[in-house]
Design a protein around this ligand. Sequence first.
Ligand code: ZN
Length: 179
Amino acid sequence: MATLWIKSPLAIWTGNNDDASGGFVVDGDKIVELVASGGAPSCHFDDVFDASQHVILPGLINAHHHFYQTLTRAYPDALDKELFHWLKALYPVWAGLDEEMMRLSTQLASVELLLSGCTTASDHHYLIPHGLEHAIDIQVQETEKLGLRTVLTRGSMSLVKTKEASASSYHSNRATNTG
Ligand SMILES: [Zn+2]
């Protein structure tokens, strides 16, 4: 894979005392050299990207997502509702979650995250209907393709229908699978 010198950013944060004011060289998805202010890489590089109008930060981390919900954000019956009413409006829709929806929602959420500077996300997925037992596998496939780092969890949900139980159990996802 080609090496690229991301040269002289407007600002850069390394999280330590290393001077990378001159940018850095990447080989694929790996940083192979930091370049000090006014310097040039000592390693070979194939191309240069002028970062003088860019600020470089480490990727952001989203610690709590539900990728599949990206598909129902604008569902009319659920708009502007309190949590329990929002859930009641959406559960019948989510009951029809299938493989294509799982795949598309994972793609959409991943692209949105990456475009906003987020490179790592934790998805708390708890809808595993019959026929979609491989939901987490789909997430692994799609996020790997897009290059989003993930911590995927399989959550659980109470079947109790009382208002208090359903609402309070909503955020009781338990991580049983990480990777
Ligand atoms: Zn949640």
